[in-house]
Design a protein around this ligand. Structure first.
Ligand code: UTP
Length: 291
């Protein structure tokens, strides 16, 4: 199977659930502990072997471009103050020059539309899509797990996890044919079904490896659930022509597009840090317990 080299990072959404924080700042720049959500996503993609990053941005998202750029004043200040560890950190997360491209989604018409806006940068090869607000804590980065599985299977692949049935209307849901270990073969997909109509409780979360045929399906610009152009609908239309697999990833996913999920991720990532774990445990104990 061709190696997956390109990733689309859609960051064109308005982030209304985080207003007023997101009025003048992109949602994807909100930090979990001390790192913006978008940096976690880029680091995950690099760990999976991605070499080209295509951001689909929108108005008010320039802070993301600045974040992945050199900052000469900052670098010189850190250098002159002898803060070499911080300086190395500031330089290490940036993909090499020429590996990042930006395109604009002029109107937030949905995730499918955002992905379609990057079509000219993809061409005719498989590509990954990462949604930064789905943050995954895992031993092996989620996208790397998927790239390995995809190398054997090809086709379209999405990260999946079970959700409570009363939450199916928040997700794309798989209509399952069979399961084999971490792999789930699907015969259909439904975007945001009500609990009674959901064909399963296995939901798609924000990691995808897709074939260029999905972009051709998006050419139709068909409007789906919520009046948006849905990526799920375009993927569903390729089932039958291309293999379609869900991948039950190892790891824990936090929905950082939602306030409670964002707070939980902050606690979990702080607890996992050598420099903050103990302080976080003290904070939890002082605020009513919980292990
Ligand atoms: P969400 O559904 O979380 O929407 O998008 P949102 O606008 O970011 O946030 P809320 O619901 O208003 O709070 C999921 C992902 O898809 C991207 C978002 O940037 C986010 O990464 N997206 C969504 C786009 O790039 N364009 C769109 O038109 C919609």
């Amino acid at each position: 199977m061709p190696h997956v080299k390109k990733a689309i990072l859609p960051v064109g959404g308005l982030g209304t659930r985080f207003l007023p924080a997101t009025k003048a700042m992109p949602k994807e720049m909100l930090p979990i502990v001390d790192k913006p959500l978008i940096q976690y996503a880029v680091e995950e993609a690099r760990a999976a072997g991605i070499e080209e990053f295509i951001f689909v941005t929108g108005r008010g998202k320039t802070a993301i471009e600045d974040h992945f750029d050199r900052s000469w004043e900052l670098e010189q200040t850190l250098q002159s103050r002898g803060k070499t560890a911080l300086l190395e950190q500031a330089l290490a997360f940036m993909p090499p020059p020429g590996q990042i491209a930006y395109t604009r989604q002029q109107e937030p018409l949905g995730l499918g539309h955002a992905v379609w806006c990057a079509r000219h940068s993809i061409g005719n090869e498989p590509f990954a899509v990462l949604l930064a607000d789905d943050l995954i804590q895992a031993e092996s980065p989620c996208l790397a797990q998927m790239v390995d599985a995809h190398a054997e299977l090809g086709g379209n692949m999405v990260a999946v996890m079970d959700v409570p049935r009363d939450e199916t209307q928040r997700y794309g849901i798989l209509d399952v044919v069979e399961e084999d270990g971490r792999l789930v073969r699907a015969k259909g997909l439904v975007e945001k079904p009500s609990p009674e109509d959901a064909p399963s409780t296995l939901s798609i979360i924000g990691r995808y490896i897709l074939q260029p045929e999905v972009l051709q399906e998006l050419d139709r610009q068909e409007v789906g659930a919520g009046g948006e152009i849905q990526l799920t609908d375009a993927m569903a239309r390729t089932i039958g022509r291309l293999p379609f697999n869900g991948y039950r990833f190892e790891g824990r996913r936090y929905d950082c597009g939602d306030k409670a999920g964002f707070l939980e991720a902050t606690v979990a990532f702080a607890l996992a840090r050598d420099d903050l774990g103990e302080a976080m445990r003290d904070i939890i104990a002082r605020n009513g317990g919980a292990s």
